[in-house]
Design a protein around this ligand. Structure first.
Ligand SMILES: Nc1ncnc2c1ncn2[C@@H]1O[C@H](COP(=O)(O)OP(=O)(O)OP(=O)(O)O)[C@@H](O)[C@H]1O
Ligand SMILES: [Mg+2]
Length: 480
């Protein structure tokens, strides 16, 4: 008793420090249950179970969207081999069963299979192979090509995109003169190609930069030579993408220099862009991701109802006669009773390529900001936040993640992650102790300390990524 009286009740160590939750004993489960955070509801994709309460863990950013979850973007972090990809693979497959459409940027090769990690899942879900890009790719042999000059990309966006490509290739921003020369060349490329009755390609822009029209120069109060000088450097960058008759060794040739050849059904449940042959961390990857993201925004993300028809196919229904407010109602042709925006998920594997490049992060930030309006949820998978640079663009993109999933990490990385994400201090030690397949989830402001991801047997085969590290066990018949 005297001991108790002499105790300072507010000694921080005794009263305010929470012991980390890393046991799974029955007593900790029993204690956790009454204080466990509320479940995220019963609608959505089953992830597995919450270890400390034993409750099922069901997550869906579209169902949980609202006060608690302001947006659908997610970042998944953790050391290698902890189960990040397996989680996102099964989660997206389970979301597809709820009618969602998924696009994946797959940058991780499974060496023993010579294809991206998502290929098996993509084939099993859609019966189709991933869309594969490879530098120097031969379009006739199935290598994919996206044309930044594709008419599917709206005029202003196209100018923005070609400019981004040139700036990424140059590694610096274009000045006013060069920017203006590029805009003129894009217009010229469209005019010249339409006169020939074909779709313009980037080589047309390079050619237009090298042969400016004197009338365009005069309109800008420049001589033809001055206009040529303004755009010459940009034309060199485009040569690296397209090649010329004299030089076909550009590092980007074969991926962006022809008409769009995507052998892809944009309505497929899952589209995987296989970027595993594109050198990682290089300018080719950066440019390709920029083009794919704008292409997706312009083409894949067009508003559509879950019944497959567009908004204009649905009747307008006035919901308030006084103000005239209306919403989209039925489409008698498709027997759909109400317009419901089709939900989509974009997955970026090894997303440090994207988040680590300020120009791409800025591009993505725009994407993320408007994700809510598109009915889109973006998922980024990275190892550690320290893989990503600290530029304001990246930080802004990171802030857009409303759900954070953290798998086990080493001490320094765990401490850094906790600090950068503003998680409570006790979570650092907890994160270090998480087993494979178990993660800390932060959904909006609510923390779920131990979510175990459960895989079915079929999913285990589709998610198996350890082939190169596994050995045959002596009991395996093949081994005998
Ligand atoms: N919840 C789980 N239960 C059982 N096995 C799992 C679980 N999660 C992952 N695995 C297995 O662990 C291995 C590694 O998983 P995964 O490829 O998802 O790791 P990762 O975190 O994405 O690694 P990396 O950072 O190297 O890409 C896989 O073979 C997978 O089948
Ligand atoms: Mg992985």
């Amino acid at each position: 008793m005297t001991d108790l009286l002499t105790l300072n009740p507010l000694t921080p160590l005794r009263e305010t420090v929470r012991r980390p939750l890393y046991t799974e004993t029955t007593s900790s489960q029993a204690l956790f249950l009454p204080i466990a955070p509320p479940t995220l509801g019963t609608a959505g994709a089953v992830i597995g179970r919450e270890l400390y309460s034993g409750k099922a863990f069901i997550y869906c950013p579209f169902c949980a969207f609202g006060d608690g979850l302001p947006g659908g973007n997610m970042i998944v972090l953790g050391d290698t081999g902890r189960g990040k990809s397996a989680l996102v693979k099964t989660y997206t497959a389970r979301q597809i069963r709820l009618g969602r459409k998924v696009v994946v940027l797959d940058t991780k090769e499974q060496k023993e299979r010579e294809e991206g990690e998502w290929a098996a899942l993509c084939r099993s879900l859609t019966g189709r192979a991933p869309v594969k890009f490879s530098p120097g790719g031969d379009h006739t042999r199935g290598a994919a090509c996206i044309n930044p000059m594709d008419p599917a990309i709206a005029g202003k966006r196209q100018i923005e995109l070609v400019r981004t490509i040139v700036e990424l290739g140059l590694g610096k921003a274009l000045d006013e003169f060069a920017g203006s020369a590029l805009r003129i060349a894009i217009r010229q490329a469209h005019q010249r190609a339409s006169a020939d009755g074909r779709t313009p390609v980037l080589a047309d822009v390079a050619a237009a930069l090298r042969s400016p029209d004197p009338a365009d120069a005069a309109a800008k109060k420049r001589t033809r030579e001055e206009l040529l000088g303004d755009g010459l450097e940009a034309s060199y960058v485009l040569d690296r993408l397209c090649g010329t008759d004299q030089d076909a060794t550009g590092d980007l040739i074969g991926m962006l220099d022809g008409p769009t050849s995507l052998s892809v059904d944009l309505d497929a449940d899952m589209i995987v862009f296989d970027l595993t042959k594109v050198p990682s961390g290089g300018v080719a990857m950066t440019i390709l991701v920029a083009v794919i993201s704008i292409f997706l925004e312009e083409v894949w993300l067009r508003p559509a109802c879950e019944c497959g028809t567009g908004p204009s196919d649905h009747e307008r229904r006035v919901v308030d006669a006084k103000s005239g407010a209306w919403e989209l109602g039925a489409n008698p042709a498709s027997k759909c009773l109400r317009y419901t925006q089709r939900k989509r998920i974009l997955v970026c594997e090894e997303a440090w390529h994207i988040l680590g490049t300020p120009q791409l992060a800025a591009l993505l930030e725009k994407f993320l900001k408007f994700a809510r309006g598109y009915g889109l949820s973006c998922i980024f998978i990275v190892h550690h936040l320290s893989d990503i640079d600290d530029s304001p663009e990246t930080q802004a993109a990171l802030k857009m993640a409303d759900t954070v999933v953290v798998y086990s990490m080493k001490k320094s990385e765990a401490e850094d992650t906790v600090k950068r994400l503003g998680l409570p201090a006790w979570t650092a030690e907890h994160i270090m102790r998480l087993r494979r397949g178990v993660a800390l989830w932060k959904v909006g402001e609510v923390i779920y300390p131990g979510v175990q991801h459960l895989l079915t047997e079929a999913e285990t085969h589709l998610c198996f990524s350890s082939g190169s590290m596994s050995d045959l066990t002596p009991s395996t018949p093949d081994h005998e």
